[in-house]
Design a protein around this ligand. Structure first.
Ligand code: ATP
Length: 874
């Protein structure tokens, strides 16, 4: 449809400029389905199950199963298959529940689109907000800054519309879009599809300006869905992915190395051949933390649900909860997060710093007409404050064209004329004082004998000093300037023509006359000072990245209690000059960045990430989008603009900064639980593997039958599911929590060796108490003895290898169940089938002493580790 005229497009879509009838829209929704990306559609159970099979641990288990089947070790192969099926089923269930609760949370923050529809053929079109998934082809929608482009669109009207298409083209700068009636005859029609000026695509978002468009494709029919299929957009590896993948790959290497090592050692020292293979495979399986994905999903889903219920914080992507716990730098914008973004007019000042009405008068004319001329007026709090304070000034003028505010230019322009009068039009520009002053050549003196004079360098310096002085009081200052433009130049030309074709453009904003300033004050967010103090106490450095004046930013930060020296505020110009390590170094040592463009904010965040910080970004405006997407974790308040809410990983339901502290604590809590689970599982598994290897070499028979190894593994796996309900040590909540693969390795090796020592001591007492290991009965008793000891040591590890707090009831119960199985199974009627027999009483007596010593050793070593490293993570 790219080459058709607007009329042809509307006709093909059986729509019109007034929009669809409600009944038409209902039929289309039934026909085309919801406007949702394939990735957002519910996943079927078979697909979910198959996804579980793609996990690397499952892959390794399946390989080991195949090896067992190849050497006809059917028992081992069957147990491995059961293990894989159980872990996939549990994982599918955990993911299903997690997805369901994440979807329920997302429901709370549905993105909407402004659609124009008619109740009946004779009724007037009505504009209303509907969830984006209800849009259908043919719908006429309105676009405003901060909106997601909700489907593929053909523009009908536009006013200075620019869109971010980074997700589609990788281009970070916004591109201009405008309607073309007959694109086939326009030279711009040769541009690549995404560059076509008259088309907007799902996956992009409105940076500035406004527009009206007709939906040409929805859901799976959009270009975005076509290009990205069922995979969601990713911002690269998150802190969570990095740590879990790091640990997984270390383990996988171990697992792959184990069977050949066992085979070689047995062949070299015991002269055994391939008959050891099932045992070697079982040892490798024993090392696998099959339940890792299940426990991780369950822990994160539980954390996210509790966070939403207690603190109204919505985590849209589960791994984001871990990343929240790992945040060590939180960057935030100022307006709307640290301040309330409900500015009120403080004063209207003439260029000589005295109160005077003229600047407010022109500011109000500008605000009114930039809003009125937008396709969908999106009131900006600054404009609202100006209009609230002024008389209805703008109505004595008629708006001709507007250049809406955009955060890169930091200016807004409105071209107005007096109705019924001929003569030149007036261009009224308001914006950041530095940017307006750069475009001013004259200044208007106040009073009855007001006249315009050239600005010389001394006057320019005085104006700058005035701005600095007001900013230092924490006021937000806008400069207001005017100029006359000949009528007929841009006025009668359609505003949607691209730059350079005669419409009002930013190039017209020059040679201005400064009329003065309006100063606005914005109160601090009430919870911000306490929230910032709490964040600092919990080891999170806060950095402020704002588009506002350095003086205003510094004053606000001081009022909030952030320790900064006014000279250390870095501005966007400085950021733009630097790159690589120099920028990283500046970003690390600076607390406040002012006059930042959206791109500057993103570059600071990227530099911090490159220096190894786990960086969160909290923002609410369209100017925060690039930074939000660059950060490890994007946060926004619930009333942020659509696109920001859509891009954020975490949405704070209430505009209360203390919620961030709770969210970070919940992230640390979840990570703490995952860390405890991994420590206990891996050190215990490693201990068993070392002991099995040593015993395999020392004994003339296999220390445990493959089926026994796997059964013990299954019991331990089931018990570990209770770690989702754990409570980490308070120390784990005091600082950023991360999973550090190498620190882990050290930890599990130490405790694994301790575990192996207990196992080897058990071998010694078994050799003493169970004679006749040369015949099957002796071997069965040996196997039973070790099985019992293994489950008892695992129960002990679950209770003792913890950081500080006593284990909660479910973990205690699971440990008790493990101990009961370990003690009772060899005595039960099932024992012979599993190759075990009853043990002599003396063994239990000696085992009790080994376990007491092991428990004491474990508690001592754990306490020493706590003293040394303090935290509950690794
Ligand atoms: N509606 C507007 N009209 C004219 N100028 C504006 C308008 N809104 C903001 N400005 C000017 O542009 C500057 C940058 O605005 P921007 O929205 O990027 O950041 P901010 O709202 O000041 O701060 P933050 O980045 O903390 O949200 C403002 O400091 C102000 O001087």
């Amino acid at each position: 449809m790219a080459g058709l005229t607007v009329l042809e497009v509307l006709r093909r879509l059986d729509s019109g400029p007034r929009g669809l009838l409600e009944t038409q829209a209902d039929h289309r929704l039934a026909h085309y389905g919801e406007n949702a990306l394939p990735a957002r559609r519910p996943v079927s159970w078979p697909a979910r199950f198959a996804r579980g099979l793609r996990d690397p641990f499952t892959g390794v288990l399946l390989c080991l199963g195949l090896v067992s089947a190849a050497v006809s070790s059917w028992g081992t192969a069957c147990v491995i298959t059961v293990l894989v099926l159980v872990s996939c089923a549990l994982r599918s269930r955990a993911e299903y529940r997690a997805d369901r609760s994440a979807a329920a949370l997302r429901e709370l923050i549905t993105t909407t689109a402004t659609v124009q529809r008619q109740a009946g053929p004779a009724s007037a079109p009505r504009t209303r907000e509907i969830p984006v998934d209800q849009l259908v082809p043919g719908d006429v929608i309105r676009l405003t800054p901060g909106d997601m482009v909700p489907a593929d669109l053909r523009l009908l009207r536009a006013s200075s519309l620019t869109v971010h298409q980074a997700a589609l083209t990788g281009e970070s700068k916004p591109v201009t879009k405008f309607p073309l009636d007959a694109p086939g005859r326009d030279p711009l029609a040769d541009a690549a599809l995404f560059e076509q000026p008259h088309l907007c695509f799902q996956g992009s978002s409105v940076a500035s300006g406004s527009g009206t468009a007709v939906v040409i494709a929805t859901g799976a029919g959009t270009r975005f869905a076509g290009a990205y299929g069922s995979t969601a957009r990713r911002r690269g590896e998150s802190a969570f992915d990095r740590s879990v993948n790091g640990i997984s790959w270390i383990l996988i290497r171990f697992m792959l190395l184990t069977p050949p090592l066992v085979l070689m050692a047995n062949a070299a020292l015991r002269g055994r051949g391939l008959e050891t293979l099932p045992f070697a495979v079982a040892v490798a399986v024993g090392l696998t933390p099959e339940m890792l994905p299940v426990v991780v999903t369950a822990v994160l889903a539980r954390g996210a649900t509790i966070l939403a219920r207690r603190h109204e914080v919505i985590v849209k992507r589960l791994p984001a909860l871990h990343d929240l716990g790992a945040i060590d730098v939180l960057c935030t914008d100022k307006t709307g997060t640290l301040t309330q973004d409900r500015p009120v007019l403080h004063c209207s000042l003439t260029p000589d710093g005295r109160p005077g009405p003229e600047p407010l008068h022109w500011a109000a004319v500008n605000s009114l007409w930039t809003l009125q001329l937008a396709d969908l007026p999106a009131p900006d709090p600054l404009d609202e404050a100006i209009l609230d304070a002024a008389e209805p000034e703008g109505y004595e003028y008629e708006g001709v064209a507007a250049l809406p505010f955009d955060p890169v230019r930091r200016l807004a322009g409105a071209l107005v004329r007096r109705p019924g009068r001929t003569g030149p039009h007036t261009l009224v520009v308001k914006g950041a004082p530095e940017d307006v002053l750069d475009r001013c050549t004259r200044v208007r003196t106040a009073g009855h004998d007001a006249e315009d004079t050239e600005i010389d360098s001394a006057a320019r310096q005085r104006l700058r000093e005035l701005v600095e002085a007001k900013a230092a009081q924490g006021l937000r200052l806008l400069a207001v300037a005017v100029t006359e433009l000949p009528a007929g130049l841009p006025a009668e030309l359609p505003a949607e023509l691209p730059a350079g074709r005669g419409r009002l453009t930013s190039a017209d904003e020059h040679g201005l006359t400064l009329t003065g300033f309006v100063a606005l004050s914005d109160a601090l967010a009430p919870t911000a000072p306490d929230a910032l103090t709490a964040l600092a106490r919990s080891g999170v450095a806060v950095k402020v990245l704002t588009g506002d004046h350095p003086g205003t930013a510094a004053a606000v930060c001081r009022d909030l209690g952030l320790a900064i020296d006014p000279g250390t505020v870095v501005t966007g110009d400085r950021i733009a000059e630097l790159s690589g390590p120099a920028l990283a170094e500046l970003a690390a040592r600076t607390t406040v960045f002012a006059r930042c463009t959206p791109e500057d904010k993103a570059r600071v965040v990227a530099a911090l990430r490159e220096s190894g910080y786990t960086t969160g970004f909290l923002g609410d405006g369209v100017n925060d989008l690039p930074a939000l997407q660059t950060a490890d974790i994007g946060l926004c308040p619930r009333d942020a603009v659509h696109v920001t809410r859509e891009a954020a990983d975490v949405v704070l339901a209430a505009k209360d900064l203390t919620a961030i502290g709770h969210a970070i604590a919940a992230g640390r809590h979840s990570t703490g639980n995952i860390v405890t689970y991994l420590r206990i599982t891996l050190s215990s598994n490693l201990g068993n593997v070392i002991a099995m290897l040593a015993a395999g070499l020392l004994l003339p028979f296999l220390p445990m039958l493959p089926a026994q190894v796997l059964l013990q593994n299954l019991c331990f796996d089931a018990a570990q599911l209770t770690f989702a309900l754990d409570r980490p040590a308070p120390a784990a909540l005091r600082g950023p929590a991360t999973l550090r693969p190498h620190a882990f390795l050290r930890y599990i090796t130490g405790f694994g060796l301790l575990n192996a020592t207990a196992d080897l001591a058990t071998f010694a007492i078994l050799t003493l108490t169970v004679p006749g290991s040369g015949h099957p009965a002796g071997q069965a008793a040996f196997h039973a003895g070790w099985f019992t000891e293994n489950l008892l040591t695992q129960a002990l590890v679950m209770l003792l290898l913890r950081a500080g707090r006593p284990a909660p009831a479910p973990i205690c119960l699971a440990a008790a169940a493990l101990a009961a199985i370990g003690l009772l199974l060899p005595l039960s009627p099932l024992a012979p089938a599993l190759g075990m027999i009853t043990l002599p009483g003396l063994y239990y007596l000696l085992l009790a002493s080994v376990l007491t010593l092991y428990g004491a050793g474990l508690a001592l070593a754990n306490a020493r580790h706590q003293r040394r490293y303090g935290d509950g993570s690794s």
